[in-house]
Ligand binder design. Sequence first.
Ligand code: NAP
Length: 313
Amino acid sequence: MRAVQFTEYGPAGVVHVAEVPEPHAGPGEIRVAVRASGVSPGEIAVRSGRMRDVLPVAFPFRTGFDAAGVVDEIGAGVTGVDVGDAVFGAVHPARRGANADFAVLVAWAARPAAWSWAEAGGAAGAAETSARVLDRLAVRAGQTVLIQGAAGGTGSVAVQFAAARGARVIGTASEHNHDFLRSLGAEPTTYGPGLVDRVRAMAPGGVDAVVDCAGGALPDLVAVAGDPARVVTIADVTARDHGVHLSHGAPESETGAADPLAWHGLAVAVELAGEGRLRVPVAAAFPIGEAARAHELSETRHARGKIVLLHRA
Ligand SMILES: NC(=O)c1ccc[n+]([C@@H]2O[C@H](COP(=O)([O-])OP(=O)(O)OC[C@H]3O[C@@H](n4cnc5c(N)ncnc54)[C@H](OP(=O)(O)O)[C@@H]3O)[C@@H](O)[C@H]2O)c1
């Protein structure tokens, strides 16, 4: 089967498709014939080599954390799913390899009827992450939440998850993405200099929680929250210096202990999608053979929504 991988650190060009043996579902797992899979910005940081001191990897590194497809193998002990079902889900975080023609999923849910394969392909990671950080911050109805980097693949889902909890959501993005943020249920503002004043003007009573999906602005985000305990970042490895929690699911990381993965986020996504309250914006969809182009687009850090790879017609 075809799988996206890289065998050395470097620019997007080191990403290529290789012929590799098919994986098989072990106990508690299912295998899908992948129709679409998500491109993970965290893996791009790994590929570039800038994470090699904190997160060294073995080569070949097979990319991809989430995928959607048709179930074609069911591991021992698995119930509630049949061969032929359309699902979306995620592979084991330490194993990766979802950007391939077949992927072994450790968590999954039925693909919502309203979602295209492309939307479903990149949904699981964003849903799991959104549930994980919003749970950690105990975001609930009546609160005000600031989401930094709200137009990206993760932020765009986190906005909708927070709004669905009944929170008021302020989201940051470039000006041209402000209507997009409104369409997701957030009140938009721009990130960068003056952020603290802009948010204080929008929420004079303060914000209850801050989700940082971008990195690089923790002093401002702590000032907005008034307490580092009310800030969670998924993207800033300097978190500890600011007394902020860095939430991640990579057990081998030296950037702090992993949080338990919030797989219930997939069920939340299914429920919200069924009510027409969750979409997974797709910034771009590339054929699997153009994975390097997908990495290039992701590296611009200005994709609106999720970048996905398409595996079958
Ligand atoms: N720890 C975890 O569990 C976990 C899970 C998922 C993702 N992540 C990490 O979280 C980050 C976000 O992931 P993603 O999938 O949402 O990435 P993404 O889709 O590439 O994010 C792109 C978004 O970032 C915004 N952005 C760019 N520069 C910014 C800045 N200086 N300040 C604020 N926003 C900025 C852009 O906004 P505009 O285009 O509007 O400027 C764009 O909407 C990545 O670093 C990823 O590795 C971590």
